[in-house]
Design a protein around this ligand. Structure first.
Ligand code: UDX
Length: 444
């Protein structure tokens, strides 16, 4: 009798084309590949033209057009983009599935139409949520109407969440969104067909958001699989963010960090989208100098001209991009001044790095609340007068976290989550078990 041939299940992974959406799903895709699954990771043709791709040999990267290659005359709203991607990308995805049969499509939760497309063609479908469970549950309450929008200015009590003030709720107004109604429509659309999903993945770990994870698990077949970058790193050290939409021009920052004392550097980054006002950029620059700490500051090329003229500091290093997990793992780090993107928070906590929250939009408000009042792993700058946070406030926050009265407590709490995050992804941990369970069901 010949040996039975085991065919690896083929899974398509479709991220939303933005850095903060690609990173967590890419790490997850690579981990699935290491579990014996045949993964095709699909990015848009436009991204493929400038993204720097490395270390992705365990998966297949393929491209589908979303129609963005053509120059759009006016800057496009997110809604216009969504409508276009839905029309063009979905037709191309349908054709792709016909050419390259698969068992399951894992897609960014904001592209909920992929589920219907998959089911219509006999494939399974699973959304991947890249934000925290707390934030996902708040979006759900918005959809249900149990949280009114526009928000009322009174404290909000929602199941399994702390009492939230208006500034702790996801802000839906941002120039990128154009109108808060557009943002509202887009965010609640994630739940339109959720009850039909075959699995629901969330990039979090149970011990970080225990109550809200339990609340969600009582409603949907959710699987917490985070922090995905750490889960992947257990197999392949630092080969995480290997589809980069930005370029680290050089890596001299590594030597710079090596030459700093343990726990002496403030790392500053606002992720891949946030754009600060020129005035805010200047206050931040002056606040960093005032703190008298060493700092490594990521200023994307589109933000560079907002720095104060001839800005130069003996104690600071500015880079356009870096390998963030590698920076956060460096012993020279004292703390991370962050815009509170969910990936940044998970990455910092995975290395026990305390935080300074300087939130900008959407989920970051709620994340900032959790950093300060739920996990006690950092302090917050607040929202500032007229929306601008002054240099004194910034310097004071840095002082508090680096050597101030609460610094030991904040570091201790951050290290507690480092331990819990690592336990979640180790063999037998909650996230690792959830993946095992999913893989064995998919294989059967
Ligand atoms: C977006 C949203 O803005 C955010 O609110 C949401 O929680 C996730 O999606 P983004 O703003 O880019 O993300 O922030 P974040 O979630 O922190 O993701 C940024 C990613 O880029 C992180 O994985 C980080 O490691 C990476 N990065 C950032 C680098 O690799 N190098 C850098 O220099 C800066």
């Amino acid at each position: 009798m010949g040996a039975a041939t085991i065919t690896k299940p083929h899974v398509l992974v479709v991220p939303f084309p933005a850095q903060g959406h690609i990173n967590p799903v890419l790490a997850f895709a690579k981990r699935l590949a290491s579990e014996g699954i045949n993964v095709t990771f699909i990015i848009t043709t436009k991204l493929s033209k400038f993204a720097k791709i490395s270390d992705c040999s365990s998966i297949t990267i393929d491209y589908i057009s979303d129609g963005s290659e053509e120059e759009v005359k006016e800057p496009e709203t997110i809604e216009a983009y969504r409508n276009r991607i839905k029309a063009v990308f979905s037709a191309n995805l349908a054709e792709f599935i016909q050419r390259s049969p698969a068992k399951l499509v894992i897609y960014d939760s904001t592209m909920s139409w992929v589920l219907d497309l998959a089911h219509d063609r006999g494939l399974l479908g699973a959304p991947f949520f890249i934000m925290s469970s707390a934030v996902v549950s708040i979006f759900y309450h918005l959809k249900q109407g149990s949280l009114k929008f526009p928000y009322e200015d009174s404290p909000v009590s929602l199941p399994a969440l702390p009492t939230l003030q208006i500034n702790d709720l996801p802000s839906l107004s941002h120039p990128f969104m154009r109108s808060s109604q557009t943002a509202f429509k887009m965010l609640v659309a994630q739940f339109l067909n959720l009850e039909r999903a075959d699995w629901i993945f969330i990039n979090t770990f149970d011990m970080l958001e225990k109550e809200v994870v339990e609340w969600m698990a009582s409603r949907w077949p959710i699987k917490t699989v985070g922090p995905t970058f750490l889960l992947q790193q257990k197999h392949d050290k630092f080969s995480n963010h290997t589809i980069n939409l930005f370029e680290a021009k050089h890596d001299s920052y590594k030597e710079w960090l090596d030459s700093r004392e343990i726990g002496s550097v403030v790392y500053v980054s606002f992720g891949s989208i946030a754009s600060l006002d020129k005035e805010q950029m200047e206050e931040l620059a002056l606040g960093l100098i005032k703190s008298n700490c060493y700092f490594l500051w990521v200023v994307r090329s589109s933000e560079m001209d907002k720095l104060p003229e001839n800005f130069n500091s003996e104690k600071g290093l500015i880079v356009e991009w870096c390998n963030q997990p590698e920076v956060l793992a460096h012993p020279a780090l004292a703390c991370f001044l962050t815009h509170c993107g969910w990936n940044s928070i998970l990455e910092a906590l995975s290395y026990g790095v305390p935080l300074i929250a300087m939130q900008q939009w959407v989920d970051q408000n709620t994340n900032a609340k959790f950093i300060q009042d739920v996990w006690s792993v950092g302090v917050g700058t607040g929202v500032g007068e007229n929306g601008i946070i002054g240099r004194e406030e910034i310097a004071m926050c840095i002082e508090q976290v680096v050597g101030g009265e609460r610094s030991i407590e904040l570091k201790r709490n951050a290290c507690k989550f480092k331990k819990l995050a690592n336990e979640a992804v180790e063999y037998g941990g909650t996230s690792a078990n959830n993946i095992q369970d999913f893989v064995s069901k998919l294989m059967s």
